[in-house]
Design a protein around this ligand. Structure first.
Ligand SMILES: NC(=O)C1=CN([C@@H]2O[C@H](COP(=O)(O)OP(=O)(O)OC[C@H]3O[C@@H](n4cnc5c(N)ncnc54)[C@H](O)[C@@H]3O)[C@@H](O)[C@H]2O)C=CC1
Ligand SMILES: CC(C)CC(=O)C(=O)O
Ligand SMILES: [Mg+2]
Length: 361
C-alpha cells in the first residue's frame, strides 16, 4: 500500500518521540512491502519561530491532503509568556477543529510488565481495558475568551449535534467491546452537562438499545477511575474533562509516556498523537518514553490505513520489549533505557520477532 503521512514533530520531546514512531513506521514499511511517504511540517512553537503562526496554512493544507497525520506535542516555556499574542497550543486546537476531528480515542490497557511502575495497587490493575472517547472540537477550549482589568471568562458551549456525534461514536465502539458506556459530566452544576446527559440518554436509548449507558459525575469519576478501573469499558466525555481524566488514567498504565491517541472525524484520515505534552523538564536529553508515540503510529495504521495486522505487530513488539524489561527512566530509574534504545528494542522485535534473545533475568 502507498500512503502519504504528514509528520508534525512540534516542540520539546515532540521531535524525539515522533522520530521514534517514524523509525517504527519505516520498519513496518520495509517488512510488509508498503510505501509510506512521510512529509514533515511545522506546528506549535517551532512554527511560531519560523513563520509567526502556530498553524501555518501550508501545514493545514498538507494535513488535509494526507491519509493520516502523526503529531508529537506542542508548547513550552519559551512561548508561555502570559501576554503572548499567539501560543503553540492554539495551533493544535486549530488543527483538530480544521480537520473536523471531534472524537479523541485514548485507550488505557496497563501492561503486565509495567504494573509495578503505577502508583496504584497492582491487584486493581490486572485486566483493566478501557477507552476514553473525549469530545475534541467543542467545549470550553473553543469558547469565546475575554479578559479585562476586572476579570476573565471562558465560555463553555455545546450543541446537540456535537454531543450526538461523539456519543454515537462511543456507543458504536462499545458494540465492538463489552457494550458498556460511562458518560461523564457535571450535570449537577453545568447546563452544558445537563444537555450532554439528555442527549447521551436519548442517543443510547433510541440507537443503541443493546449498549448499557450509565452516567457519572466527573468529580467522583476521578476517584472511581483509580479505585475500580476494571469497571469501565468505554468512557465518553466532553473536551476538558476527557483531557484531565486521561492524564489521570495514564497512572493506571504507569506513565504519561505510554498512552497513545487517535483523533477521528467522519472521514478516514485522522490525527495520531501520544496523550502527553512537550515535557520541557526532560526535553533534549534523549530519555523520553517513545511508547505513546509508537502506539499512536499503530493506531494510525489501524484506523486510517486499515492495516490491522501491521498495527497489531507494532503493539506486540512494544509488549515484547516491555516484557523483556526494556524500560525508559519514567518507568524505572534503574534500567533507564534511552529513547533510542527503547525504539531499537521495539524495531528489533518487530523485524525479527523470534530472533531476539534477551539475556536479562
Ligand atoms: N498534545 C499536546 O501537544 C500537549 C501539549 N501540552 C503542552 O506541553 C507543555 C508541558 O506541559 P506539562 O503540563 O508539563 O505536561 P507534559 O505532559 O508535557 O508533562 C507532564 C509530566 O510527564 C512527563 N512526561 C510526559 N511525557 C513523557 C514521556 N514521553 N516520557 C517520559 N516522561 C514524560 C514530563 O516529563 C512531566 O514530568 C505545556 O506547554 C503544555 O501546554 C500539554 C499537553 C498536551
Ligand atoms: C491543547 C492541548 C494542549 C490540550 C491537551 O492537553 C491535550 O490534548 O492533551
Ligand atoms: Mg492533555
Amino acid at each position: 500500500m502507498h500512503a502519504d503521512i504528514v509528520v508534525l514533530p512540534g516542540d520539546g520531546i515532540g521531535p524525539e518521540v515522533t522520530a521514534a514512531a517514524v523509525a517504527v513506521l519505516r520498519a513496518v514499511a520495509r517488512v510488509h512491502g508498503h510505501r509510506f511517504d512521510l512529509h514533515e511540517h511545522a506546528i506549535g512553537g517551532a512554527a511560531i519561530d519560523a513563520s509567526g503562526e502556530p498553524l501555518p496554512a501550508a501545514t493545514l493544507a498538507a494535513c488535509r491532503a494526507a491519509d493520516a497525520v502523526l503529531l508529537g506535542a506542542v508548547g513550552g516555556p519559551k512561548w508561555s509568556d502570559p501576554n503572548a499574542k499567539v501560543r503553540p497550543e492554539q495551533g493544535l486546537l486549530a488543527l483538530r477543529k480544521g480537520l473536523g476531528l471531534y472524537a479523541n480515542l485514548r485507550p488505557v490497557q496497563p501492561h503486565a510488565a509495567t504494573l509495578g511502575a503505577a502508583p496504584i495497587k497492582p491487584h486493581l490493575l490486572a485486566g483493566v481495558d478501557l477507552v476514553v472517547v473525549r469530545e475534541l472540537t467543542g467545549g470550553i477550549y473553543f469558547g469565546d475568551k475575554t479578559r479585562d482589568g476586572d476579570g476573565a471568562s471562558d465560555l463553555c458551549a455545546y450543541s446537540v449535534a456535537e454531543i450526538e456525534r461523539v456519543v454515537r461514536r462511543a456507543c458504536a465502539l462499545a458494540r465492538t467491546r463489552r457494550r458498556h458506556v460511562t458518560s461523564v459530566d457535571k450535570a449537577n452544576v453545568l447546563e452544558t452537562s445537563r444537555l450532554w446527559r439528555d442527549v447521551a440518554t436519548r442517543v443510547a436509548r433510541e440507537e443503541f438499545p443493546d449498549v448499557t449507558l450509565e452516567h457519572q459525575l466527573v468529580d467522583s469519576m476521578a476517584m472511581h477511575l483509580l479505585a475500580k478501573p476494571r469497571a469501565f469499558d468505554v468512557v465518553v466525555t466532553e473536551n476538558m474533562f476527557g483531557d484531565i481524566l486521561t492524564d489521570e488514567a495514564s497512572m493506571l498504565a504507569g506513565s504519561m509516556g505510554l498512552l497513545p491517541s487517535a483523533s477521528l472525524g467522519d472521514g478516514r484520515a485522522g490525527l495520531y498523537e501520544p496523550i502527553h505534552g512537550s515535557a520541557p523538564d526532560i526535553a533534549g536529553r534523549g530519555i523520553a518514553n517513545p511508547v505513546g508515540a509508537i502506539l499512536s503510529a499503530a493506531l494510525l495504521l489501524r484506523h486510517s490505513l486499515g492495516l490491522d495486522e501491521e498495527g497489531a505487530r507494532i503493539e506486540r513488539a512494544v509488549s515484547d520489549a516491555l516484557d523483556a524489561g526494556v524500560f525508559t527512566a519514567d518507568l524505572s530509574p534503574y534500567r533507564a533505557a534511552t529513547t533510542a534504545e527503547m525504539t531499537a528494542a521495539v524495531i528489533d522485535r518487530l523485524v525479527a520477532p523470534c530472533a531476539v534473545v534477551d539475556l536479562r533475568d
